[in-house]
Design a protein around this ligand. Structure first.
Ligand code: PHE
Length: 348
């Protein structure tokens, strides 16, 4: 067989291999084996030197033509394979925008936090400032400056967790009254503040008590504040939070830091006033304590109690949540069972 025939065979075989391949890597292997240094064309060209001088240029140029033809075919095949792969990729990666998406469950504030936010929002609208105090509190603010000296018997009602003799987990948010009064400059005018937070008591847990719960303290001190201002403020708040179907009553009570003092009850959610186990058969549930600020509290904080006076209240948002949503055991709020808590998702 002549060299020219060899070359033609190499070409035909090469073209057939190129046409048959569907894969870029295999195509590259073909390129290397056909056109590489150890390939058949290179080898064949080495045989040129054995040819006569007339034949040499002819066969040489034939070999070059074959090499060009194979190169062109390989490039064309390469483009065709790439185009096919791209088309396949595009087809596979098509997104069906009409498929329903995955539902991502969003959380929501805890039901008690929702109540706190509602109450705080209301008081902000009424012009109160919002202040937050420490949960680890000094005896001085938690008791002494609230008119509960060291040996005062009313301390027993609020037994707590002491960290040292003088430092304790606060039993109420009332220490924020003393802290705020002490700082406020009454030459700039009166004071209206609320202070939400967590408090601690060494209570035995039962359906309406927990050793840790929430309070929102309120304090208004100015000239000419009367008990009717207190009553109007509390009525506004109760109707805002519960709606008007719940009734409320003020009942005389005792707190060392208010005089006179009241406790405020709201119609029992469970029996709507008829009397049941939840309300201990009274038809009412206590939701807050309040009263007119005791002059001693003002004096101890350096405020002139002849000129200034006011009212204070301490709301129990946990009780509010029980009433508003008809939950009969306060401890359910603290178990962190999402099946329970998800019932209070109010974003619809
Ligand atoms: N601090 C009182 C309590 O925890 C509630 C209260 C606050 C009463 C303010 C009167 C005024 O029981």
């Amino acid at each position: 067989m002549s060299l020219k025939e060899d070359l033609t065979q190499i070409k035909d075989q090469g073209l057939a291999e190129i046409a048959a391949t569907d894969d870029l890597k295999a195509l590259n292997d073909i390129r290397v084996s056909l056109l590489g240094k150890k390939g058949p064309i290179t080898t064949a060209l080495r045989g040129i030197r054995d040819l006569s001088p007339e034949e040499r240029p002819q066969v040489g140029s034939y070999a070059n033509t074959i090499r060009d033809e194979l190169t062109t075919e390989i490039d064309a095949r390469k483009q065709a394979i790439e185009a096919k792969e791209l088309a396949q990729k595009l087809a596979n990666e098509t997104i069906d925008v009409t498929l329903p998406g995955n539902q991502v469950r969003q959380g929501q504030p805890h039901v008690i936090q929702q109540i706190i936010d509602e109450v705080v929002d209301l008081f902000i609208r009424m012009g109160y400032q919002v202040l937050v105090g420490p949960e680890v509190e000094e005896d001085k603010y938690n008791f002494e400056m609230m008119n509960l000296p060291k040996d005062h018997p009313a301390r027993d009602m609020q037994d707590t967790f002491y960290l040292t003799d003088d430092i304790l987990m606060r039993t109420q948010t009332s220490p924020m009254q003393a802290r705020t009064l002490e700082k406020h400059n009454f030459e700039d005018g009166g004071l209206k503040m609320i202070s939400p937070g967590i408090v601690y008591r060494r209570d035995t847990d039962d359906p309406t008590h927990s050793h840790q719960f929430h309070q929102i303290e309120g304090l208004v001190v100015d000239k000419n504040i009367t008990m009717s201002d207190l009553k109007g403020t509390l009525a506004t708040m109760i109707h805002e939070i519960f709606g008007t179907k719940f009734n409320y009553r003020l009942r005389p009570s005792y707190f060392p830091f208010t005089e006179p003092s009241v406790e405020v009850d709201v119609t029992c959610f469970n029996c709507m006033g008829k009397g049941c186990d939840v309300c201990k058969h009274t038809g009412w549930i206590e939701v807050l304590g309040a009263g007119m600020v005791h002059p001693n509290v003002l004096k101890m904080a350096g405020v002139d109690s002849d000129q200034f006076g006011g009212f204070a209240f301490g709301i129990g948002p946990d009780r509010f949540a029980m009433l508003k949503y008809g939950v009969s055991d306060i401890r359910d709020f603290y178990l962190d069972d999402v099946r329970f808590l998800n019932q209070f998702d109010r974003r619809g």
